[in-house]
Design a protein around this ligand. Structure first.
Ligand SMILES: O=C(O)C(=O)C[C@]1(C(=O)O)C=C[C@@H](O)C=C1
Length: 369
C-alpha cells in the first residue's frame, strides 16, 4: 500500500494556511463592524431625548439578512449564509445593549430553538412555564421580548396565544417559522430493543402517529407538558424513549435513534415575537389585527370586502369566541403590508367603520430565515 499521509498533510497544510489568511481578514472585518455598531449605539443614545434609546431594530435586521441572502454566491445555502450574519448581528446588538427574551420553556423546546433562530445566541433567553407568563414577563418589562408558538402546519392554531392578545397590549414585533423535525431519542441506560413507553408532547405524538404505528405499535404513548420534559423524564427509564427536537437531545445528552420521524415532511411551526415596540417598515412586512364584528348577517363579508377591493392579500383568518359577550366572535386577520403604507391605512379605515372594534396587533417583517 502506498503511504499518502505526507502528501495529504502537505495539501491540507496549504489549504489550512489559506483558511487562516481568510479568517484573519474576516476577523478584522467583524471587529470593524462591531466598532461601527458601537457608534450606532452612541448615536441612538445621543438622539433619544431622555427616553430609552431603541437599540433592537427588527426591520433593519430583516433587511441585513435579506441583503446577505441576495448576495450569497454559494456554495453555502442562502439560509446557512444568512445565519452567520444573524449571529454577527446578535453579537453586535449585545455590545450595544444586551436584550432579554422570554420564551415558552423549558429549555430544549422548539420555542427555545425559535428564540435562538430569531435573536441569535448572544440574546439572554429565559424559559417560562406558560404562554401567559411569557406575556406577563414582557408586559412587566422584566424581558424586552417574548417568543410564543401561534400555529402549526399539521395541528393548526395555538388558541392560548391568540386568546392572550385579547387581554394584552403587547405588539407583535416579528415572526419566525421553524421546520419541525421530530426525533426518537434514548439515553445510555435504554435497552433499545425493549422500548415500551414513548414520552412526548401530545402535539408531537400526533405529528408522528403513522411512524409510531409502523415502528412501535405496542409502545405506550405518554403525553407530557413539553418535548423537553419528555427528554428529561425518560433518562432514567431503561424501557423508555422520547420524541423531541435535536436541541433537547443535545441538552440532555441523548442519542437519536431515528430522525425526521414526523408524518408530514413540511411540518413547520410559526412563532410570534411580542414586545412593547412599534416596528417600522422593512419592505416586506405583514400586519396582524383582531377584529370584533357586529352580530348581524353578512358582517364578516363586510369586513373582508375592503381588503379584497384594495388588493390587500390576506394570509390568515382565524375566528375565536369573544370574551366580552357583546358579540359572538372575533377574527384574527393577517395580511401583507405595513400599517404605515397608504393602501393598508385606507383598508383599515374602511374596516373600522364597519366593525364593532379593530385592534392592530402590529406590523412586522415577514420571517426571513
Ligand atoms: O442598524 C442598527 O440600528 C444597529 O443597531 C446595528 C445592527 C447590526 O448589527 O446590523 C444591530 C442591532 C439592530 O437590531 C440592528 C442592526
Amino acid at each position: 500500500m502506498v503511504d499518502n499521509s505526507s502528501e495529504e498533510a502537505k495539501e491540507l497544510g496549504k489549504l489550512r494556511d489559506d483558511i487562516d489568511a481568510i479568517d484573519e481578514k474576516i476577523g478584522a472585518l467583524i471587529s470593524q463592524r462591531a466598532v461601527c455598531a458601537q457608534s450606532v449605539a452612541e448615536v441612538k443614545g445621543r438622539y433619544s431625548d431622555g427616553s430609552d434609546p431603541i437599540f433592537y431594530r427588527p426591520e433593519r435586521e430583516a433587511q441585513v439578512l435579506r441583503k446577505a441572502m441576495a448576495r450569497n454566491q454559494g456554495p453555502l445555502s442562502d439560509e446557512e449564509y444568512a445565519r452567520l450574519f444573524r449571529e454577527i448581528m446578535s453579537a453586535c446588538l449585545a455590545l450595544e445593549n444586551p436584550i432579554k427574551v422570554a420564551f415558552l420553556g423549558p429549555e430544549g423546546t422548539f420555542t427555545h430553538e425559535a428564540a435562538l433562530k430569531h435573536f441569535g445566541a448572544s440574546a439572554k433567553v429565559a424559559p417560562m412555564t406558560a404562554i401567559d407568563e411569557v406575556f406577563r414577563e414582557v408586559e412587566s418589562g422584566a424581558c424586552q421580548f417574548g417568543v410564543v408558538p401561534v400555529e402549526n402546519s399539521t395541528e393548526g392554531v395555538v388558541t392560548h396565544t391568540l386568546d392572550s392578545f385579547m387581554s394584552s397590549n403587547l405588539n407583535i414585533c416579528g415572526e419566525v417559522v421553524l421546520r419541525i423535525h421530530h426525533n426518537l431519542m434514548v439515553s445510555d441506560v435504554t435497552k433499545t430493543d425493549s422500548i415500551t413507553r414513548i414520552y412526548s408532547h401530545a402535539q408531537s405524538l400526533a405529528q408522528c402517529r403513522k411512524w409510531l404505528d409502523a415502528h412501535y405499535p405496542n409502545a405506550e404513548r405518554i403525553a407530557v407538558p413539553s418535548n423537553a420534559e419528555a427528554a428529561k423524564r425518560m433518562r432514567s427509564e431503561w424501557n423508555a424513549a422520547a420524541i423531541a427536537g435535536e436541541a433537547a437531545a443535545k441538552l440532555y445528552g441523548l442519542t437519536v435513534l431515528a430522525d425526521k420521524i414526523e408524518d408530514m415532511p413540511d411540518n413547520s411551526t410559526r412563532f410570534l415575537i411580542v414586545g412593547q415596540q412599534d416596528v417600522g417598515p422593512s419592505g416586506h412586512d405583514k400586519t396582524s389585527v383582531v377584529i370584533a364584528v357586529k352580530n348581524e348577517p353578512g358582517a364578516l363579508h363586510d369586513i373582508l370586502e375592503p381588503f379584497h377591493r384594495l388588493g390587500v392579500d390576506l394570509t390568515r383568518v382565524e375566528s375565536r369566541p369573544s370574551r366580552t359577550g357583546n358579540w359572538n366572535y372575533v377574527f384574527f386577520i393577517d395580511f401583507d403590508g405595513h400599517v404605515e403604507t397608504p393602501k393598508v391605512q385606507t383598508a383599515l379605515e374602511e374596516v373600522s367603520r364597519r366593525a364593532a372594534d379593530v385592534k392592530i396587533l402590529g406590523s412586522y417583517p415577514k420571517g426571513v430565515l
